[in-house]
Design a protein around this ligand. Sequence first.
Ligand SMILES: [Cu+2]
Length: 152
Amino acid sequence: MKAIIRSLAFCSLLAVAGNTFAADKVCKLEISGTDQMQFDKKELAVAADCTQVELTLHHTGKLPAQAMGHNWVLAKTPDVAGVASDGIPAGFASDHIKKGDARVLAHTKIIGGGQTTSITFPTSVLTKGGAYTYFCSFPGHSALMKGTLKFG
Ligand SMILES: [Cu+2]
């Protein structure tokens, strides 16, 4: 009897775990930056049922990160100018992101030509129906390198 109860308990644990996995949906986004200081996409969309976003940034150029580095930073549109200007003195080693900047919803590190980097972040940082701005925080890049991320 004890064994039956134990196996029943185990089965219900498995069922709970199975539901958790079924409910988790990782949605993949890809974007590239160039030596011409451009992203190849002006808009990214995340479907409403995505629970996680896996963002991959490629740098398709040849220039080194110190000269033409790119990252991908996500923020609310009104916060972009402040995040970008505070990122300049934060320095290259900090990926031009101010330490502990709560306005930053997600960001990759800075990469140079030929490199690729990925991050995964939860969609719980976003509001359904919201539109956000992604940009590159390398000094001087955000004027050209930005786009809109829509959720839901
Ligand atoms: Cu850049």
